[in-house]
Design a binder for this molecule. Structure first.
Ligand code: GCO
Length: 477
């Protein structure tokens, strides 16, 4: 039996985020974000790298879009920097910031590239952190909604694909559990409280989108690592269910159904770290149901049982640091394990193409929503050859295997609308600097030396270009 083809409307694309590519950190009235501040604190990032210049996309946008057009991208997912629109998070709008994204959107459309806009990819205005602690205050709900409404009103005529919060589980988790992202806190009670407020902000923004862009689609992008049991011991199955519920359903259930899953909530209540759900919150959450689930997929996780006095909160395995995958977990619920069947990247992320099919099937079965794969890709130490080429066959291998699994999931019956690789050009890895490269386009720079920021097409660039053309012409990939 053969596989179903990708639908003709399927969008093969690529993605980025403002802080990771734009640079121009104080140009044209942009205000500072928490990442501008955090990366300047000694020791927070690899070799103290920051995004002041990044890959200077802000000043080279035309050149970058020309490369996307040459490739034939069907969609480009990018994020808008809140601090370009509202330099202090609220108050007066900065027309120069709005105009930059107008130009980007118009240029994409001229080349038949569908713009997919992320409204929040982690660069919270520093002013809102200073004023009320960012996501720790309910005041952010109104400021975030106002910011979103400004974007919906300005761009909604041309942009029909919107992503609200990018990887809420990661920016809240690394920000408040592991202390690795701003604000660098390690406090689970504060984490779950901020997370609840982020849900409310997300839902309010979606509700107002309905009035402003009635013909558009909107949803969050969730970093989904599907969980496997380490073996078939019954206690491993319970552990897997615990981890799937606390790490994954805990977020997606609220996005889609407006309610926290029972067992995770009971656990948080027992620990005294449950968020306070105020009267009216559930109604707000239920009124913000997304049109699709955005999924950023990099790897699966594997767990076994963990006794009550077992290993505790370790670093999440998404930090990209070596050796953090094992020996962590939640006492009484699960313990993270290595999966002996999977190889890992140089940053110790398990490589698991079939896990993407698992992810898509699970989301489809539980939530019955279409899915946009908003990120998937391989971070590597790409090197230029002597004649200035990049032979990233490992990336081609990685992406093609993941695309095969998407096709299997589509054949299974999952409704997948788009696939965005991470990333189009190389860019700043939040904590790992410029050495960790994800792009189809190599950028000639390192942590300290910006060089000329020359754009060099990698081997994978030509490969993805061919794949998109084959899909457009023959329906095959
Ligand atoms: C990194 C990460 C990021 C994320 C992306 C999440 O190395 O910093 O991989 O690039 O994948 O920003 O949405």
């Amino acid at each position: 039996a053969s596989l179903n083809p990708f639908p003709s409307t399927f969008l093969f694309g690529s993605a980025s985020a403002a802080y990771q590519i734009e640079g121009a950190y104080d140009q044209d009235g942009k205000g500072p974000s928490v990442w501008d501040t955090y990366t300047k604190l000694e020791g927070t990032t690899f070799k103290n790298t920051n995004g002041d210049v990044a890959v200077d996309h802000y000043n080279r946008m035309e050149e970058d879009v020309a490369l996307m057009a040459e490739m034939g991208l069907k969609t480009y997912r990018f994020s808008i920097a809140w601090t370009r629109i509202y330099p202090t998070g609220a108050g007066e709008v900065n027309e120069a910031g709005l105009a930059f994204y107008d130009r980007l959107i118009d240029l994409l459309l001229q080349h038949d590239i569908v713009p997919m806009v992320t409204v929040y990819h982690w660069d919270l205005p520093q002013a809102l952190m200073d004023k009320y602690g960012g996501f720790e205050s309910r005041q952010i709900i109104e400021d975030f909604t106002t910011y979103c409404e400004t974007l919906f009103t300005r761009y909604g005529d041309r942009v029909k694909h919107w992503i609200t919060l990018n990887e809420q589980n990661i920016f809240i988790g690394l920000g408040y559990r592991n202390g690795l992202h701003p604000p660098g806190v390690k406090d689970l009670k504060r984490m779950y409280a901020a997370n609840h407020i982020a849900f409310l902000a997300n839902a309010k923004a979606i509700a107002s989108f309905r009035n402003l862009v009635p013909d558009g689609k909107i949803g969050p992008s969730f970093a989904y690592g599907p969980i496997y049991p380490a073996d078939c011991k019954p206690e491993s199955i319970i552990a897997y269910e615990n981890a799937e519920e606390l790490n994954n359903h805990f977020y997606m259930d609220v996005y889609v159904n407006g309610e926290y899953p029972d067992m995770a909530m009971k656990y948080l209540e027992r620990e005294g770290i449950a968020p306070t759900v105020e009267p009216g919150d559930t109604e707000i959450l239920k009124a913000g149901k997304p049109d699709f689930m955005g999924v950023n997929y990099y790897q699966s996780g594997t767990v076994s049982a963990n006794p009550l006095d077992g290993v505790g909160e370790g670093k999440m395995n998404t930090t990209g640091k070596k050796g953090t995958t094992s020996a962590s977990g939640v006492p009484g619920l699960f313990r993270n394990e290595r999966n002996p069947h999977l190889e890992t990247t140089n940053w110790d992320w398990a490589i698991d193409p079939a896990g993407l099919r698992v992810a898509l099937r699970r989301i489809h079965n539980r939530y019955k929503l279409p899915i946009i794969i908003s990120e998937n890709g391989l971070g590597e130490f790409d090197k230029l050859t002597e004649n200035g080429e990049v032979h990233d066959d490992y990336r081609i291998d990685y992406i093609s295997k993941h695309i095969d699994e998407i096709q299997k999931a589509i054949t299974d019956g999952v409704d997948v609308l788009a696939y965005c690789t991470w990333s189009f050009t190389d860019l700043l890895s939040w904590l790992n600097g410029y050495q960790k490269r994800y792009g189809f386009v190599y950028i000639d720079r390192d942590e300290t030396d910006e060089k000329e920021l020359k754009r060099i097409k990698k081997k994978s660039f030509y490969w993805y270009k061919d794949l998109i053309a084959r899909h457009a012409n023959e329906g095959a990939v």
